[in-house]
Design a protein around this ligand. Structure first.
Ligand code: SF4
Length: 435
């Protein structure tokens, strides 16, 4: 209160704060998670509510902290816990995920994704969820009262995200195994309380290949390399595809669901449009889960791509939408963009690459948008960023920031027009490079 109020100063400050998140906080989060739990590699999984298994104890992990979800997966996999679940009348234990913690365990373990942000209540509504275990961020307070309508245990674990009508089991690094065991046992013992008449798991699920860390993408690119010319283990084969026009460019699709947009629609329609026009898509957060549910992370989705992208998918054996992880993992996208720029001898802002958050919702997405434009990548939003009351602010955000960081925001609620604007920007960048 009572500091900057000049629009230009506020935006500069916001971009600086964003940059420290993207290239600092988030990047450290990603690096430490990779050190602790492994750098993701391509792995097969499935997505949507149909991944829950009626005969099994279903534990849904939700939130953002991979240390909780990793420990729960580890414990639930143990022969003792599986035997305990059988003793309690179930056939086994199924772990599935919601939101970004789901992306984390999907990328590293192939744990199926039950859904994204606006689907979190639906996992409880199946009547087959023994426990929904949450840590921080993107958790509806309504999960508490909703769980009371079923047998589901709503388990909160973080002292900074406590919620009414929940069972609080404090999780920390020192007692991780003990607490994860307590949580898994609580879920198993709750299986007998299911009300069979309330159980309904919609049989909807899609195959997906996930786990495309920057390292995994570089490895996959060796498949499209011309071994006479291209150096293996670099992004040069991708640059070659872009320079020759086989691919027109790349889009990073990120961010949330927003109740102002029909869930997933903007993500999916935009991705399909990009794929049809030979623009490869990398995705993270709830956008990635939208893609997985729509089958766009299935390698068979190459058939809806333009000829160039289809060929690249076949040679590299990849799906046309690459799952790069959680929202925190957008730092992986920064590393990829920086590597591409370095390998091409260009600035990041010159690459025919744009970012898009068509259904953004959370404050974290604001920070992400700021660090993406701060890094020189134009960012396209499908929901108004609550700044349109000030014409001065609108001018700075949609144009003025170009002077400082060679990128700006575009806001367009019409999905078709938003997609056209993204493609036009990619073509402008190509033209500027003479390709
Ligand atoms: S994409 Fe948005 S809604 Fe989804 S987990 Fe990340 S911040 Fe939450």
């Amino acid at each position: 209160m009572g500091c900057s109020s000049k629009p230009e100063a506020l935006v500069k400050q916001a971009i600086r704060a964003g940059l420290s998140d993207g290239w600092g906080g988030s990047m450290m989060g990603t690096e430490f998670s990779d050190v602790l739990f492994g750098t993701p590699k391509p792995v097969e999984t499935e997505a949507n509510l149909g991944v829950m298994v009626e005969e099994n104890v279903n534990i849904v992990v939700h939130g953002h902290d991979p240390s909780l979800s990793e420990m729960i997966c580890e414990v639930a996999d143990s022969p003792e816990m599986v035997a305990y679940a059988k003793e309690m009348g179930a056939k086994g234990i199924t772990i599935s995920g919601v939101c970004c913690t789901s992306n984390e365990v999907a990328m590293r373990r192939g744990i199926p994704m039950a859904g994204n942000f606006l689907q979190q209540e639906n996992v409880v509504l199946t009547g087959a969820c023994e426990a929904i275990v949450v840590d921080v961020q993107c958790i509806f307070p309504a999960l508490g009262p909703l769980s009371k309508c079923f047998h589901t245990k709503f388990i909160t674990t973080s002292p900074i995200a406590q919620m009414p009508d929940s069972e609080f089991i404090r999780f920390d690094a020192h007692s991780a195994l003990e607490k994860a065991t307590q949580i898994v046992k609580t879920a198993i013992e709750n299986f007998k309380n299911r009300k069979p008449e309330l159980v309904y798991i919609p049989q909807m699920k899609q195959k997906a290949t996930v786990g495309y860390s920057t390292e995994a993408i570089v490895k996959a690119l060796d498949g499209v390399a011309n071994t006479q010319v291209d150096e293996l283990g670099t992004t040069k084969p991708l640059l070659q595809c872009i320079t020759s026009g086989v691919l027109r460019g790349a889009v990073a699709m990120v961010g949330c669901n927003n109740p102002k947009v029909r869930p997933d629609l903007a993500h999916i329609e935009l991705m399909k449009k990009m794929l049809a026009n030979d623009i490869i898509v990398i995705a993270s957060g709830c956008s990635a889960q939208a893609a997985a549910k729509a089958g766009l992370m299935d390698k068979a989705a190459k058939d809806i791509c333009g000829d160039g992208l289809k060929r690249v998918c076949e040679l590299a054996d990849i799906p046309p939408v690459l799952h790069m992880g959680s929202c925190v993992d957008i730092s992986r996208m920064l590393v990829l963009a920086a590597t591409l720029a370095k390998d091409a001898g260009l600035h990041i802002s010159q690459l025919p690459v744009v970012g898009c958050a068509p259904e953004w919702m959370s404050e974290k997405a604001v920070s992400i948008g700021n660090y993406v434009i701060g890094s020189g990548i134009d960012t396209f939003l499908g929901v108004d960023p609550y700044a349109s009351g000030s014409s001065e602010m609108v001018e700075i955000l949609t144009n003025g920031t170009r002077e400082w960081c060679e990128a700006a925001f575009t806001v367009e609620k019409d999905i078709e027009k938003l997609g056209d604007a993204m493609m036009a920007r990619i073509e402008e960048k190509r033209a500027a490079l003479g390709i």
